[in-house]
Design a protein around this ligand. Sequence first.
Ligand code: TRP
Length: 338
Amino acid sequence: MTKKKIIYSGIQPTGNLHIGNYLGAVKNWVALQNSGEYECHFCIVDYHSLTGNISAKDRHDQIIRTAAELLAAGIDPEKSVFYVQSHVPEHTELAWIFNTVTPIAELERMTQFKDKSQVQAKNINAGLFTYPVLQAADILLYHGTHVPVGVDQVQHVELTRDVARWFNKKYDKYFPETKALLTEIPKVMSLLEPVKKMSKSLGEGHVIELADEPEVVEKKLKKAVTATEGGDKAPGVENLLTLLEQFSAQGGSALGGGASDVYNKFKESQEDGSIRYGDLKSALSQEIANYFADFRTKRNELLEDHDKIAEILMSGAKKASKTAMETMEDVRKMVGIR
Ligand code: TRP
């Protein structure tokens, strides 16, 4: 019997997903899940979110909203193990054990730690420092072999592989060597500062959320920066064209579909200099609104029914717990504490 590859990925509960999160992660998760080639685990990492600055109330709301949105976007709890990290406390237990095999110097190299320490200079807590160790525990608790993430997380996946090696060397050969699964993902930039990656922290007008109503998408795109300098190849124009390619009907290049007619038309007009940004923006508004029409309906339905969301998450946690408890039984024996 050939073993199924085990996919593991996590997302912080930041509230409403935006199109950068979607094209960068969620769309790919759904494709991997539906390919039937993997055993998939997708987790809302609320313990990780404790290292940041958000309030308890906001965190709670954001967990529910993130869950509803991932379900609406196509994560299927029948096909994938879909759950909230803190519902399976073994994550923290394994993280503690991993802390004891991880050299501080290795954590000091992590670029995300350095970046976040600048962003939240008044809150450089120990959890922020050991964040990647908890991430390694997430993955290895389920013997994850493949981790679909963006390039910014590759260093953490490499650390996960190192943690497994350190553990295996000190105790027993037990954990697999995890690999990052990098797919070609389009770079989605801010609407208002298209040299920066689209991110919520930049502010409302910079991002398009999956839940945005068509009028809101239209309004945000109207204000999007196009060719201030750099002419028709300016970053803002390139960004809108990338989005059009992704969201127009025959598009969906992450899944291998071809470019759509509407995309081709604007691309040609960019080449010959006849492109009109107003037309590009309204075409794009329409495509995005259509693309997420079903998503919006499903999301809003789910958010009316918190009990249903809770039920789905509880049953996901039950599935996850089964594996997590088995792993911890083994690990406790290996380290001599049981
Ligand atoms: N650190 C990841 C991020 O910031 C989130 C995450 C936590 C994760 N645990 C994980 C991603 C396990 C992949 C696998 O995006």
